[in-house]
Design a protein around this ligand. Structure first.
Ligand code: BGC
Length: 418
């Protein structure tokens, strides 16, 4: 029997020190992030929902960490809001950095390892106004901010994520046009932004490592498992391959220096798969479209976002990225639903996949569920419920869901039932 199985053979024991917890991001939970581009677009009516107070986590972080500790977490991912640290091009707000220093101390006092994201979709309004990531000085501006953060917080944090999901950022903001700056089908602009984010990552990586050589740095990749809608159709296979290359490979190529990606571990945010169908001519044919029909093998339930739960994809994606020869870290995985029983099933199935990976000897550092709390789900507002705890957005009360209780046993016992 594999050495990770317990004596009954039905549990997989995880490595000592495995990191279990949940993830959040500043704009989605803090509330009152009035100096960033999302806030500006929300006030201008360019987005259907406003973040407003969100979960008021900026003030309530202590009690939110009490909650996370009470459900067994030993790790927590959050993001620093750049626009709080640098509200205008020539203003640095040291009290914002002090706030995040306290957040980190509080996490440690609650027995949780901090994983800190430096950029999670939002930009300071001044940065966006001068062209955002299309401005030629964007990577340097980001590096300046990162330097400030590292000077103050570098000694207290081991795990850093420079940028969250650069591919999603470029896609939603420059091709789908549903997030600031709302550019539609602007491939040339999306390409420029992606290159700038890659430079931003590399400079941030170097800045962090120069000051804190023992830190472990990565970016969070939204890993979308691509497959042809109809595997018997050559066009679908080609489209799935091209889409996969752009979505899952390109950024890793752009951050290579001397043939190797500048990463200490591979951070994967995994949610779902995409069945690719090639239609029409030109780019549409080459990249295909996502087939929404429910006729694919192994079809799983769909949540509020319309995303299919496809646990097998976690294993497939993880095995593939393990090929980079670096440890993996699942930095997001979750399911939006109003039915907690569905979340429970989602968790159970995905944790089983994770257990299979660990049992197969694939090095995985941790698993973070998205999210600790129901929060501001970007252009979908507070309708999708991703939280292990329910948020009442009127009273700001939290209620731990039953699924969080199941997950708590996994976190505490450091083992998963097969
Ligand atoms: C993002 C989160 C988002 C989640 C669910 C991830 O792609 O990093 O900010 O809330 O997906 O949509």
């Amino acid at each position: 029997m594999n050495k990770r199985r317990d004596t009954t053979g039905s549990f997989v024991r995880f490595p000592v020190g495995f990191l279990w917890g949940a993830a959040t991001s500043a704009h989605q939970v803090e509330g009152g992030n009035r100096f960033n581009d999302w806030w500006a677009a929300e006030q201008a009516g360019d987005l259907p929902f406003r973040s407003a107070d969100a979960c008021r986590h900026f003030e309530l972080y202590e009690s939110d960490f009490d909650l996370a500790e009470s459900i067994g977490h030993n790790c927590h991912r959050f993001s620093i809001e750049w626009s709080r640290v640098q509200p205008s091009i020539d203003t640095w707000n040291d009290s914002a950095l002090e706030h995040y220093a306290q957040v980190i101390q509080s996490l440690k006092a609650h027995g949780m390892e901090p994983v800190v994201t430096l950029h999670h979709f939002t930009n300071p309004a001044w940065f966006a106004a001068r062209g955002g990531w299309e401005h030629q000085g964007a990577p340097e501006a980001f590096a300046n901010y990162v330097s400030r953060v590292i000077d103050r917080l570098g000694d207290d944090v081991r795990y850093w994520l420079t940028v969250n999901e650069p591919t999603v950022y470029a896609l939603q903001g420059y091709i789908n046009g549903v997030w600031p700056p709302f550019a539609k089908s602007a491939w040339a602009r999306a390409a420029r932004v992606t290159r700038a984010l890659a430079r931003g990552h590399v400079t941030a990586y170097e800045t962090i490592k120069a000051r804190c050589p023992k830190s472990r740095v990565s970016f969070a990749h939204n890993a979308l498992h691509m497959e042809p809608c109809n595997a018997g159709r050559l066009r679908d296979r080609i489209a799935a391959h091209c889409r996969d290359w752009i979505y899952n490979e390109l950024f890793f190529k752009l951050i290579r220096i001397a043939g190797k990606p500048k990463l200490d571990f591979v951070a994967l945010n995994y949610y779902t798969r995409c069945s690719v169908r090639s239609q029409g001519m030109g780019l549409k044919a080459l990249l295909g479209t996502a087939c929404k029909l429910e006729h694919h093998s192994g079809q799983g339930m769909r949540g509020t976002m319309g995303w299919e739960a496809y646990p097998r994809g976690l294993g497939l994606i993880a095995k593939r990225f393990a090929g980079l020869g670096l440890p993996l870290f699942i930095t997001e995985n979750g399911f939006a639903t109003d039915d907690d029983e569905e979340r429970r099933q989602f968790l159970r199935a995905h944790l089983r996949e994770l257990a299979n990976l660990v049992e197969a000897g694939i090095p995985v550092l941790g698993y973070l569920h998205w999210s600790l709390l129901d929060n501001y789900e970007w252009a979908s507002g507070t309708l999708p419920r991703f939280g292990l705890a329910e948020t009442n957005f009127t009273t700001q009360e939290r209620r731990v869901r039953d699924s969080a209780g199941d997950f708590a046993s996994v976190c505490r016992d450091n083992r998963v039932q097969l």
